[in-house]
Ligand binder design. Structure first.
Ligand SMILES: [Fe+2]
Length: 348
């Protein structure tokens, strides 16, 4: 690794100081099989305050990223042990690394490689020979975007923590959010939903009941039947949850899940009394796995049903048109596979 250099504001094309990420100057991973190319990029970047890490092959890029995630990667396309296309695609498929900007640095002429790199998920391109001004301008622009997405991620992480705090108030529902996220994604995948919707389902698993933060314990954990007034408070967790998450635009696709996960196929649910396909599809998917998990969970007033009994109960719900019948059938068909992907329960 090349040691960090002090930030300076001199140099072509750098119109603003290098803004630190998480208190440190941004870390750039330079990936190229030729040492002279890596040295050249390090020489261009370090005087402007960037820290530079280096990798000489595809395998080493993945190792470096896992060991010390960079803020941006400058990636050569032709490298041994995993070329740039392959490395880029793998980074962009992985939930933990997909937001790291990847700039492909190539001497290859023509559009074919560029198109392949775009398909692999590359965020930008630089052509050799590299202009320092262009390099600095692109790196700065992508780092600005990265800071913005990092801030959003932190805000989302805070909301997820809040949601897990809500869950932890109830010892009977431990692991519920995590199971719902995994099962929701599993069912969504069988429906053939795109990655973006699967991500919304994953977040929805964690955030769907965040509005319960506004429900008093006396209602949330009341052993007996709720009064009509108490039910009114309980039902509000859907709209309160939506209000909590609405300011984050990155959660836009999750809001319908939070608001509508208690709607019923026959229109008897809440908060809007939607029916059939008027209920957002992602909310219907989450509802299927939510109902399943509730039936499988022991409560003070009921035992945990075995999987076959839970499915039989849901079959009756679907026949009574309280659950989306087609989604239920898909869930039942793929039940074993969806459950096989669940995280193992934490041991005591
Ligand atoms: Fe709920």
């Amino acid at each position: 690794m090349v040691e960090p250099a002090r930030a300076t504001r001199t140099g072509a094309g750098l119109a603003e100081p290098v803004a630190p990420v998480a208190g440190l100057p941004p870390l750039i991973l330079v990936a190229d099989d030729l040492p002279e190319n890596r040295r050249l990029l390090a020489r261009l970047l370090e005087p402007h305050g960037f820290r530079v890490d280096q990798a000489q092959c595809g395998r080493e890029v993945l190792e470096r990223v896992a060991a010390r995630p960079p803020d941006l990667i400058l990636l050569d396309l032709l490298m041994p042990e995993g070329d740039g296309f392959d490395v880029c695609a793998r980074l962009k498929r992985d939930e933990r690394t997909r937001l790291i900007p990847v700039v492909v640095v190539t001497a290859l002429p023509g559009d074919t490689e560029k198109l392949r790199a775009i398909e692999s998920g590359a965020d930008d391109f630089l052509h050799k020979p590299i202009s320092q001004a262009e390099l600095l301008a692109r790196v700065q622009a992508l780092l600005r975007l990265k800071r913005y997405t990092d801030e959003l991620e932190h805000a989302e992480a805070t909301l997820v923590t809040l949601s897990l705090t809500v869950e932890s108030r109830d010892p009977y529902t431990q692991g519920h959010c995590q199971r719902l996220a995994a099962m929701g994604v599993g069912l969504g995948r069988r429906v053939g939903l795109p990655e973006e919707s699967l991500r919304a389902l994953h977040r929805g698993g964690y955030l769907h009941d965040i509005g319960k933060i506004a429900v008093p314990d006396a209602i949330l954990f009341k052993p007996g039947r709720l009064t009509e007034a108490e039910w009114a408070v309980m039902r509000r967790h859907t709209v309160v949850g939506e209000e909590i998450c609405r300011p984050l635009r990155s959660l836009a696709a999750v809001l319908p899940i939070i608001r509508s996960h208690h709607e019923r196929w026959d229109g008897s649910g809440y908060p809007d009394g939607l029916a059939g396909e008027d209920i957002p599809a992602l909310a219907r998917i989450l509802q299927i796995v939510d109902v399943y998990d509730a039936l499988r969970t022991e409560r003070p007033y009921k035992v945990s049903l075995r999987p076959a009994d839970a499915l039989a109960q849901m079959q009756r719900e679907a026949e009574a048109r309280r659950l989306d019948p087609r989604l239920f059938m898909l869930f039942r068909q793929h039940h074993d596979d969806i459950l096989a992907a669940l995280p193992a329960p934490a041991s005591d």
